[in-house]
Design a protein around this ligand. Sequence first.
Ligand code: WQD
Length: 392
Amino acid sequence: NSNSQEPLKNVLVTGGAGYIGSHVIYTLLRTHKYKVISIDNYHNSFPAALTRVSELALTELKAASDSQPSTQDIDSTAIDVHECDLNAASAVRSIFSSYSSKGGIWGVIHIAAYKAVGESSEIPLTYYANNVAATISLLQTMQEFGCMRLIYSSSATVYGVPPDIPIKEETRREGDSVYGRTKVMCELIIQDFCDSVMNDSGKLEDFISSYFPPVFQPAGAHPSGYIGEHPRGRPENLLPLLAHMAVGTVTDPVLKVFGNDYPTPDGTCIRDYLHILDLAAGHVVALQALEEGSELNAKVFASSIQSQGRFKAYNLGKGHGMSVMQIVDAMRKATGHDYKTEVIGRRRGDVPELIADPALARAELGFDAPRDLETMCRDLWNWQVKNPTGYE
Ligand code: WQD
């Protein structure tokens, strides 16, 4: 009942209405431990996603409890929604200050970013402003309000062309696109900031951070088909593009395959696809690892207080990859659509193979990504069929 419950912790998710953001918020809501706050400028997302996430969490809460759920549990399925650009520093400050009388913002999961690799080289200043300057502004506001915990959702592109496959966390960063460089810079900024707030006894007094590249390609959707991926405009990524081709909202006669002369078994690029709900769970368990006094926190930070501040990177992936042609085959089976493919030249910025080594996340966070490719494709297709034009 409600009086024996811990009070909800206020957690801010930036980019909350996006594909990763909405599934991370869904996962946070279902723990009933947090009051979730979303900040999003809806540049590449829709506010309707947040309405649906909240409805889904409430429906599942009512279905799960044989008795009337507690007021607090019901309250924990409501999201505080703010339409706001992270570069609007005064607006972000006022959001933080509005929680000062309610226990303050306990932690931040920072997901908001522009992420189109090709576009990023056409409008670099927009990408540096939106991805890097906004992160600096957010960190300054967090510091001002004493908000001590950060999960930064990075990206596999920070590894450029990795020297070894599968990729471990200590692999050097080398963003080989503007987008990738914005992610590398944010990681370095967060690391330097963490180090700066170390006190002389080597114990981090007031800032704890953890980030990890969702090393790969998040795929799929919530199995209800009620929330899913809906980028504004034409989908650039392989899986959403295939889903739109099958449902007819993209009428390309063939799927253009960007090169089949890579050093891989079938010549097409390999990626480590993981289900969006497994990726979301990885974000939430990392947030829980920032809870001082929790055994997860002790385990995660036991080895790193001296070395690099309270700052950890975790690669999230399945540890094996699928090629473009294997993805096309999997979507052929899931959708029944007979895709035609045409091999054309390589796409600038593509790398042959990106496969995570998830050993550290498994060992320290207990992270796992059990949902298989068939499940990802089935859930993606279920979302697309039910919502051919997404949230619009
Ligand atoms: C996958 C493979 C393409 C479309 C990107 C970002 C990454 C992350 C996820 C943010 C590649 C091939 C694709 C098509 C094709 N975003 N392809 N024809 O490039 O691995 O990752 O999105 O964090 O940072 O880089 O994903 O789905 O675009 O491509 O042949 O029409 O499919 O060449 O080999 P990618 P993708």
